[in-house]
Design a protein around this ligand. Structure first.
Ligand SMILES: NC(=O)c1ccc[n+]([C@@H]2O[C@H](COP(=O)([O-])OP(=O)(O)OC[C@H]3O[C@@H](n4cnc5c(N)ncnc54)[C@H](O)[C@@H]3O)[C@@H](O)[C@H]2O)c1
Length: 252
């Protein structure tokens, strides 16, 4: 039997690189999935996946998502907070508007959607929340100061939520990817210039000698969302092809 049959799932950033792979994997595992994002995009929605317009920074929009899930599915078993943005700047280069924007999406968005999701998860008798941290929440890439700060905040929020809601049968974990080949990563390389040599350099410093794929991430998220992970909570799951196991880090 598929591991998520009869589960209802919401995936924010559900039309992004990683979010799409998670939605498709959840649907293949038998879940009913709401892919929530700013726009639907052009890629077709897999069977079992419904699109829901969402701006995670807007409380009314988040409330609309909660109401739609309640009306159409009556409960929620799995919430994945994958919506996120990156800003490639040092502190000196980062304006207050940049800072507020990235915190609004990556941190406040995770907070607002979780706040609306928790009562629905309780209604289902418990469930699983998977937040998106990053290896950048542990160690820093140069020129990503505000992004690193948001991911550190998501890690701390994940642990706090796991403590508060574990007694209600709600597990909360964060997946912390390294370099995953998505539009976010491609934009990072574009902005850094000298794309091909940089891509090769970064690939070569990975013990696995490759980037992660969205499907690699979806596999871990599907396990954390499933009942097989029944005792997994409050943890930060790094998925980076061994990158941060090394002594020496690269300089980009
Ligand atoms: N790709 C990587 O290498 C990598 C590494 C570590 C962590 N992450 C994290 O994984 C998550 C997914 O990243 P991705 O690589 O798929 O990026 P992506 O850019 O492909 O997708 C991000 C999605 O978030 C959506 N989004 C942005 N702002 C939003 C808002 N206000 N409301 C609703 N949706 C919004 C975008 O529309 C997009 O579909 C992010 O939290 C990111 O920080 C990615």
């Amino acid at each position: 039997m598929p591991s998520l049959s009869s589960k209802v799932a919401v995936v924010t950033g559900g039309r992004g690189g990683i979010g799409q792979a998670i939605c498709a994997r959840f649907a293949r595992e038998g879940a009913r999935v709401f892919a929530a994002d700013l726009g639907q995009g052009s890629a077709p929605l897999p069977e079992g996946v419904t699109f829901q317009t969402l701006d995670v920074t807007d409380e009314a929009s988040v409330a609309g998502l909660g109401a739609a899930v309640e009306a159409e599915a009556g409960k929620l078993d799995i919430l994945v907070n994958a919506a996120g943005i990156a800003i490639e700047k040092t502190v000196e280069e980062t304006s207050l508007a940049d800072w507020n924007k990235i915190f609004a999406v990556n941190v406040t968005g995770t907070f607002l959607v979780s706040k609306i999701g928790l009562p629905l998860l309780r209604k289902a008798g418990g469930g699983s929340i998977v937040n998106f941290g990053s290896y950048d929440g542990f160690i820093a890439d140069p020129g990503l100061a505000a992004y690193c700060a948001t991911k550190g905040a998501v890690h701390a929020l994940t642990r706090a939520m796991a403590c508060d809601h574990g007694p209600q049968g709600i597990r909360v974990n964060a997946v912390c990817p390294g370099f995953i080949d998505t539009p976010m990563l491609q934009s990072f390389f574009r902005d850094a210039g000298n794309i091909e040599s940089l891509k090769q350099q970064v690939r070569d410093i990975h013990p696995m000698r490759r980037y992660g794929t969205p499907d690699d991430v979806a596999g871990l998220v599907a396990w954390l969302a499933s009942d097989e992970a029944v005792y997994a909570s409050g943890q930060l799951w790094v998925l980076d092809g061994g990158l941060t196991a090394q002594v020496q880090q690269m300089r980009l």
